[in-house]
Ligand binder design. Structure first.
Ligand SMILES: *Cc1c(COP(=O)(O)O)cnc(C)c1O
Length: 414
């Protein structure tokens, strides 16, 4: 059978108002498209990677030499970080939503013995891994962390900083302090907090490994570079035990970013093929973040999230999240249970909001790189229209009042 070429693939412009990916910044897209054809050892590509490494350390507030990008998305960075966890290692993982749940699965895959993996290959029950399940919609409590670390005395402890599944923030300082107290190596999923919350890695010495992503708070493209950072303690542990990966090995991968034997060198050496396009995009997203500053961005996220939350509550929705880049909500009582239907209705109109991926079904509306009045007004107005389309009540005049209260009357400066 002959397969003819399909028509050119057209992908529409949508309003990305979910937990991620966010709206890739126009400046990032422009640099991506402007990069020339160049291989991964071309001097400007190598220089760009070294510059990215330095900018990333500044953004993330760390002197960790092993701070660079894993080629891929958030799960790539997380996989790289978890590659230091070896079969039989004792681990405590806190799961309070979809993503930390998958992180806990990854940890069970890594820590399972050969026999445990063979007996349940997709869902190994590793005896050395304790998963503390925290109900959807709640944050991990300090008491839970303290109790579990004291009881199990693990080598590793894991927590998500911002659990995007349920929109809940977990306490980084409490986690780091507990890891310090118990001599545990802390691992953190910072996929959705980097570039959104103003925090410095070096203020949390109990955390040894950090993993993030390109396409949320950093405003870059998916499948470019997912930031990672590892302390010397993490790297020392890795040197002792090794890791069963070449492509995604923290020490091997660091070489291409000019980090060799724990030292910065002038230019990287071959590890794998890197993309000049990806490097150019990542470089611009980091420049942009430094220009805007994480502190200012964090304040803007808090300001605009408060507006969106207020608008949604005015419509009778119940907001259960406390992240500043994402609002997780239940519909008003008369529309309860129709969350998935409403999300599908919006998505059919290229208004990309999301449901939660684990029960109970809630709605998630994100504002990544939507930090201006016009964008928040559009999200609020389209959401209200969708509620009316489904027969619910959402009074546009009331919504306008809320927007005016926060932003001032229309046409006033933001
Ligand atoms: C988005 C997200 C992930 C997954 O990242 P990908 O970029 O989709 O691979 C993991 N953890 C958290 C907390 C996230 O928000």
């Amino acid at each position: 059978m002959t397969v003819h070429a399909f028509p050119q693939l057209e992908i529409p412009e949508t309003l990305a108002a979910g937990p991620g990916p966010g709206n890739t910044d126009a400046r990032v897209l422009a640099r991506f498209a402007a990069a020339g054809v160049a291989d991964h050892m071309q001097p400007d590509v190598l220089r760009g990677m070294v510059e990215c490494k330095h900018m990333l350390r500044e953004i993330w507030g760390t002197d960790n030499v092993h701070t660079f990008g894993a080629a891929g998305t958030g799960w790539t960075a997380l996989d790289m970080m978890f590659s230091a966890v070896r079969p039989g290692d004792k681990v405590v993982a806190f799961a309070n939503g979809t993503f930390s749940g998958i992180d806990a699965l990854t940890l069970r895959l890594k820590a399972a013995t050969e026999r445990e993996l063979a007996s349940s290959p997709m869902d190994p029950q590793a005896a050395s891994v304790t998963v503390i399940e925290v109900p959807h919609g709640q944050s991990v409590s300090l008491a839970e962390i303290e109790t579990a670390l004291a009881e199990h005395q693990p080598k590793w402890a894991f927590m998500a900083h911002w659990e995007t599944g349920s929109g809940r923030i977990n306490d980084l300082k409490g986690f780091s302090d507990a890891c310090d107290r118990h001599g545990v190596l802390g691992l953190v999923d910072a996929v959705s907090s980097l570039g959104v919350e103003d925090f410095r890695i070096d203020d949390y010495p109990g955390v040894a490994g950090w993993a993030s992503c390109p396409q949320k708070g950093i405003c870059c493209l998916p499948l470019t570079y997912a930031p990672v950072s590892f302390t010397d303690r993490f790297i020392d542990s890795l040197k002792e035990t090794g890791a069963a990966t070449y492509a995604n090995h923290p020490i091997f991968e660091a070489r291409h970013w000019g980090i060799i034997e724990g030292e910065d060198v002038e230019k990287g050496t071959y590890h794998r093929t890197h993309s000049g396009y990806a490097v150019a995009a990542f470089h611009e997203s980091l420049r942009l973040t430094l220009e805007q500053t994480v502190a200012k961005r964090a304040a803007e996220y808090a300001r605009h999230e408060a507006v969106l939350r207020d608008v949604l509550e005015t419509m009778g929705c119940e907001v259960t999240s406390n992240m500043t880049s994402l609002v997780v909500l239940n519909l008003p009582g008369d529309m309860a249970g129709r969350e998935m239907e409403l999300v599908q209705h919006c998505r059919a109109q290229n208004f990309g909001i999301w449901p939660t991926l684990s029960a109970p079904v809630q709605i998630r509306i994100g504002i990544l790189n939507q930090l201006n009045r016009r964008a928040i007004e559009e999200i609020a107005t389209r959401f209200a229209q969708a509620i009316r389309d489904l027969g619910g009540k959402a009074n546009q005049a009331d919504i306008n009042d809320v927007l005016h209260n926060h932003y001032g009357v229309a046409c006033a400066a933001e």
